[in-house]
Design a protein around this ligand. Structure first.
Ligand SMILES: [Fe+2]
Ligand SMILES: [Fe+2]
Length: 304
């Protein structure tokens, strides 16, 4: 059953802003296969590489930084926590995601299901007993369905790319930090101090992150009563929070559980990045294993 609801007004407003900026559209070529590098022949996550994508990626982050305000995130969380759009299984969602290409990702130029299974299978090989990590890897990007019409067809800057806390100062380590100078939150005294609306050690659970596929999939998993351990939910929710897991920023907002969970996120991130090398996966062969994990940790149908 698919329920379509009207797109909220604020999304239309911000989308118009994007149209103006999209004169400089991303160029997505076919890529080529180099195992030790990404599909474009550069080292992974090399935002400064002289590729056709560079301007596109920087422009993407400029629009992202301007629009991902505290108010915007609050509205999106309220809107999407209703989970009244679609009912489907986890595997149905994996198949649905197949046509989505993430324009913000300098490494990836292939259908999402390949990336999901590459990541999951790579972790399974090295951590055979942590079945919750295999499933976490399979589902970590499913929130990218937000790009599809039946999920509100959000613009790319509201779905993909690195995430960061809103409601407190933007850390210098966030990609293309200079563009925050165009964000209204940058000048708001309630939001532009080290702690902003938060307090030391308050726990990331109480911190609002820029809106995107991470937070959406976390909401879906949690509200549908997954039995995944808290580390699995943490990985899903913060896997694009590079300022945290790559640069160790915002540690002063973490509590003890966050510190424990961060260890798993750092492990996960290596696989999330380095499995994007076009290793072919026989989907039909591995499908029964993942279906058994889905059955173990999720209800048959979820509300999205
Ligand atoms: Fe992701
Ligand atoms: Fe990913």
């Amino acid at each position: 059953m698919t329920i379509l609801i009207d797109q909220p007004d604020f999304v239309e407003v911000v989308e118009k802003k994007v149209d103006v900026e999209q004169e400089n559209e991303l160029v997505l070529d076919g890529g080529f296969v180099v195992p030790e590098s990404n599909a474009f022949g550069h080292t992974f996550r090399d935002y400064d590489a002289e590729s056709d994508r560079k301007d596109g990626v920087e422009n993407f982050y400029r629009i992202n930084h301007i629009n991902q305000t505290y108010d915007f995130v609050k509205k999106m969380r309220e809107e999407y926590s209703r989970l009244n759009r679609v009912q489907m299984s986890i595997w149905e969602c994996c198949e649905l995601l197949n046509d989505v290409v993430d324009e913000s990702d300098p490494d990836l130029d292939e259908p999402q299901i390949e990336h999901l299974l590459q990541t999951a299978e790579a972790i399974r090989k090295d951590y055979p007993n942590e079945d919750w990590m295999h499933l976490t890897a399979l589902i970590h990007d499913l929130g990218k369905v937000l790009l599809l019409p039946s999920f509100g067809e959000l613009p790319q800057w509201a779905v993909v790319g690195d995430t960061f806390p809103v409601g407190c100062a933007f850390d210098e380590s966030i990609v293309h930090h200079k563009h925050f100078k165009e964000s209204p939150d940058y000048y708001n005294p309630a939001y532009n101090t080290k702690y902003g609306v938060y307090s030391e050690g308050c726990g990331l659970e109480n911190v609002m992150m820029s809106w995107g596929h991470d937070d959406y999939m976390y909401l879906v998993a949690k509200e549908n009563k997954t039995t995944l351990p808290s580390a699995g939910l943490f990985v899903i929710r913060y896997h694009s929070f590079y300022a945290l897991h790559r640069s160790d920023a915002y540690k002063y907002l973490m509590n003890e559980e966050d510190i424990e969970n961060l260890k798993w996120l750092k492990i996960f991130n290596k696989y999330d990045l380095y499995s994007k090398s076009k290793v072919r996966i026989d989907v039909e062969k591995v499908k029964p294993y993942y279906l058994s994990l889905i059955e173990k940790y999720f209800p048959a149908k979820l509300n999205w």
